[in-house]
Ligand binder design. Structure first.
Ligand code: NAI
Length: 421
């Protein structure tokens, strides 16, 4: 029998004994990859005894791939991810110079992984800069394929920038450009398809996980036809495709202007009683403030690439930082998904035993949930929480926690496994 994940009639089929490809990663990737796998193996065994298991299949990328094959991202690695549908990776160095693209961006583009999912939750015992960290429970859906990340930029003084400037001057004038002689240009593509599939995935996730709201975060007051359009397309998806499951802020405003605010407020109450998801929108700067002051007001966050980048790190910091935040890159149509540590290769601590493996461990738990192996994921969450609440932590959290015991990556891993039983 095949041990590969497959897609049948649009649904993920996961065999009980499954092969999962993984990229070890550079820098601390080498320190955290094996610990994360041993914790996942222990969780799967604790949940299903011998009935289910994971066989880990290494694929090459980054420095290891370059040393062994001369390539940073061999085609075989992409093929293996495509063949197995679900995979996991450690952090990869972005090779400097030589026009080599970021390996992470390349992987996302090759597999069209349009959602970057970052769940943000607090684990009891973890130091946090917010007053009530237990109220933080957010799920970020960051668009992964568009926005200024498309890399359409022209450096001032280059022939490309001159050409672009001439095109602009001829067609639109240059009045809006304050210093045309020394200006670099960047282009921000935001499409209807790209926005709609992202918001569709976010609402669908809220429906499946029984979450109360979806917030569209945008700067549409300034960027009307890109970020503003994202907001409108997002509302369209909610109102047309999830009409029965959602109530939007746009619908509220329409009722309020036609029938008065009192009736509109009643409609919101009714929608809440019926268990409908409230879809609203917030301007990015206001969101950054609100998410700190009233985190409980936001559940699923749907936003574009750059906003998503900033928001992810702020929200991660609210629950203990990038060392313990999980991430996934997913295409909800094809099913392809690569789960990953959200931090980089941390070269200054690589090989010292100081790395916190929790980000990769939690990403693996997210992968188990994606595969429908929720019981194993729960074992991981419980064991981690238990370990943090006993104040047994790696160096990154040690300095922030009073009365903590400092553990190396390996000791922390052993402690988590011990706490699973
Ligand atoms: P970084 O995330 O590697 O490090 C930032 C800071 O956080 C450092 O002080 C580091 O020691 C600390 N840190 C990160 N992860 C930690 C962990 N698990 N445990 C304890 N401390 C941790 O970001 P930086 O320095 O900007 O990037 C280093 C390299 O990583 C670059 O080549 C960059 O391109 C790459 N990178 C790769 C990513 C990926 O593969 N997804 C994401 C971000 C950066």
């Amino acid at each position: 029998m095949s041990n590969k994940v497959t897609i049948q009639n649009g649904k993920l089929q996961v065999p009980n004994h499954v092969t999962i490809p993984f990229i070890e990663g550079d820098g601390i990737g080498r320190d955290i990859s094996e610990p994360a796998q041993s914790i996942v193996n222990a969780a799967v065994e604790a949940a299903y005894s011998k009935e289910r298991s994971i066989e880990w299949k290494e694929v090459l990328a980054g420095e290891k791939a370059h040393k062994k094959t001369g390539e940073w991202l061999p085609a075989q690695t992409i093929d293996t991810f495509k063949e197995h549908i679900v995979g996991i990776k450690g952090p990869l160095t972005t090779p400097v110079g030589g026009g080599i693209r970021s390996l992470n961006v390349a992987l996302r583009q090759e597999l069209d992984l349009y959602v970057c999912l970052r769940p943000i939750r607090w684990f009891k015992g973890v130091p946090s800069p917010v007053k009530y960290p237990s109220t933080v429970d957010m799920h970020i859906f960051r668009e992964n394929t568009e926005d200024i990340y498309a890399g359409i930029e022209f450096m001032t003084g280059t022939p490309e920038a001159e050409k672009f400037k001439a095109l602009m001057k001829e067609n639109f004038g240059l009045d809006a450009v304050r210093f045309p002689d020394t200006t670099s240009f960047g282009i921000k593509p935001i499409s209807k398809e790209g926005s709609k599939r992202l918001v569709r995935a976010a609402i669908d996730y809220a429906v499946k996980h029984d979450l109360p709201s979806v917030t569209l975060v945008h700067k549409g007051n300034i960027m009307k036809f890109t970020e503003g359009a994202f907001k409108n397309w997002g509302y369209e998806v909610a109102e047309k495709e999830f009409n029965k499951q959602t109530f939007t802020w746009r619908q509220y405003e329409k009722i309020a202007s036609e029938q008065g605010a009192e009736i509109a407020k009643e409609k919101v109450k009714e929608a809440r009683k019926e268990g409908k998801i409230i879809v609203k929108d917030v301007i990015t700067d206001a969101f950054l403030q609100e998410s700190l002051l009233r985190p409980y007001d936001h559940s699923v966050i749907a936003t574009m690439n750059l906003n998503g980048d900033y928001i992810s790190d702020q929200l991660a910091a609210m629950v203990g930082g990038i060392g313990i935040s999980p991430g996934a890159n997913i295409n909800y149509d094809s099913g392809f998904a690569i789960f990953e540590a959200t931090h980089g290769t941390a070269p200054t601590i690589a090989g010292t035993g100081q790395a916190n493996p929790s980000s990769l461990i939690l990403s693996a738990a997210l992968m188990l949930e994606y595969m429908g192996w929720n019981e194993a994921a729960e074992h991981i969450y419980d064991a981690l929480e238990h370990t943090f609440s006993k104040r047994k932590v790696t160096a990154d959290l040690f300095t922030l926690m009073e009365g903590a015991t400092l553990l190396s990556t390996k000791e922390f891993t052993n402690e988590v496994v011990k706490n699973m039983h």
